[in-house]
Ligand binder design. Structure first.
Ligand code: AKG
Ligand code: FE2
Length: 337
C-alpha cells in the first residue's frame, strides 16, 4: 500500500504514519511569513530596466513571477483544467501509467522517490518528457481526450517563454544574449503535473519538502485558488500567493553553476492543506546531454575563482536522483574543494 497513489478521491481521516515527519522536520506553518516575491512585467518596453530587475531577483530571491509573458489566460486555464481532469480519473485508468522508476520518460508516481525515501510526501505527480514533442507525445496519457493536444500546445509556448528568460538572464550577468542557449545545447524539457489532495494533518507532512530544482530554469503555474508554494529566504519561509496571470520562475542548479554562484537556486517547498486539493504544473528546461556545464569564464577572475567543477547534466541528474530530495544542495557535491 505504501507505494501507491493518494489521488483516489477518498478522504483520509488521519495521516498514515508513513507520511509523518519527525518533530524537527515539520513545516511549522505558523512561522511562515507573507512577503511578495518580485513581479516582473515582460511586456515592459525598457529592456535594460527589465533585465536589471530580473538580475536583481535572481541574485536576491532566486525566484520571481512574470506577467505579460505571452501565454494567454485561456491557455493557462486549459492546462490547469487538463491536469485536474487527469487526476480526477478513476484509479484503474491512472494506475496504467504508474511507475516508480525515475528513468522512465512518461510516468505517474507519488511522493518523490518512493523506493528510496523513508517518509513519503503528500503528492501524486505525472512526469512527462516534452521535447522534441514528436518523440514523446505518443507515450503520453490517452485520456482525457484533449490531453495530448492541450499539453503539446502549452509546452511549445512555455518553452519560448523560457528561452526569452534565458536571454534576459544571460544579459543580466553581462554575458552575450545567447550565452545560455549556446552553452546549454539542445535543451530538453520536462513537465511535472503535481496533485496534492486535501490532507488530514498538514502540519505533519509536505506536498514536497524543501528542495532545489536540478535543471536550468523552472516555469511554474500555481493553482490560482490555493496557495502552497513557499520559498526560503534569509532564514524564513515565504508563502508565494498565487497571482492569476503570473508564471512563477525559479533559477535551477544549472544557472547557479553557470553564474558561478551569483544567482541562487533556492530551497522551496509545497505545503498542503486540510480542505482543498491543489494542482501545479511545473515545466523544466534541462541542458542537452552533451553540454558541459560550469562557471562561465567571463564570471571568473582573480577575486572570483570558479567554485564548481565542470560536469555534464547526465552526471548531475544521476546524482540528484540517487539522493533524498531534501538532502544537502546537490551542487555542493560539485564544488571545487
Ligand atoms: O507545487 C508547487 O508549488 C511546487 C512544485 C515544485 O517545486 C516542483 O515540481 O519542483
Ligand atoms: Fe521545485
Amino acid at each position: 500500500m505504501a507505494e501507491t497513489l493518494i489521488s483516489s478521491g477518498n478522504r483520509y481521516e488521519s495521516l498514515p504514519e508513513r507520511y509523518k515527519r519527525p518533530l524537527a522536520e515539520r513545516p511549522n506553518l505558523s512561522q511562515v511569513i507573507k512577503e511578495e516575491i518580485p513581479l516582473i512585467d515582460l511586456g515592459c518596453s525598457d529592456r535594460r530596466e527589465m533585465v536589471r530587475s530580473i538580475g536583481e531577483a535572481c541574485r536576491s530571491y532566486g525566484f520571481f513571477q512574470v506577467i505579460n509573458h505571452g501565454i494567454s489566460r485561456a491557455m493557462m486555464e486549459e492546462i490547469m483544467g487538463t491536469a485536474r481532469e487527469f487526476f480526477h480519473q478513476p484509479m484503474e485508468e491512472k494506475m496504467k501509467l504508474y511507475s516508480d522508476d525515475p528513468a522512465k520518460k512518461t510516468r505517474l508516481s507519488t511522493s518523490f522517490n518512493v523506493k528510496k525515501e523513508t517518509v513519503h510526501n503528500w503528492r501524486d505527480y505525472l512526469r512527462l518528457h516534452c521535447y522534441p514533442l514528436q518523440d514523446f507525445v505518443h507515450d503520453w496519457p490517452p485520456s482525457p481526450p484533449a490531453f495530448k493536444e492541450v499539453v503539446s500546445r502549452y509546452c511549445t509556448q512555455v518553452r519560448q517563454v523560457g528561452f526569452n528568460l534565458l536571454e534576459y538572464i544571460s544579459e543580466s550577468l553581462g554575458l552575450e544574449t545567447n550565452y545560455m542557449e549556446t552553452v546549454l545545447g539542445e535543451q530538453g524539457q520536462h513537465m511535472a503535473m503535481n496533485f496534492y489532495p486535501p490532507c488530514p494533518e498538514p502540519d505533519l507532512t509536505y506536498g514536497l519538502p524543501g528542495h532545489t530544482d536540478p535543471n536550468t530554469l523552472t516555469l511554474l503555474l500555481q493553482d490560482p485558488q490555493v496557495a502552497g508554494l513557499q520559498v526560503y529566504r534569509a532564514g524564513n519561509w515565504i508563502a508565494v500567493d498565487p497571482h492569476p496571470d503570473a508564471i512563477v520562475i525559479n533559477v535551477g542548479d544549472q544557472i547557479q553553476a553557470i553564474s558561478n554562484g551569483r544567482y541562487k537556486s533556492v530551497w522551496h517547498r509545497a505545503v498542503v492543506n486540510s480542505d482543498k486539493e491543489r494542482v501545479s504544473v511545473a515545466s523544466f528546461l534541462c541542458p542537452g546531454s552533451g553540454a558541459i556545464i560550469g562557471p562561465a569564464k567571463q564570471l571568473q577572475g582573480k577575486d572570483s575563482p570558479p567554485i564548481y567543477t565542470d560536469f555534464t547534466y547526465d552526471q548531475y541528474y544521476k546524482k540528484f536522483w540517487s539522493r533524498n530530495l531534501d538532502d544537502e544542495h546537490c551542487l555542493e557535491l560539485f564544488k571545487i574543494r
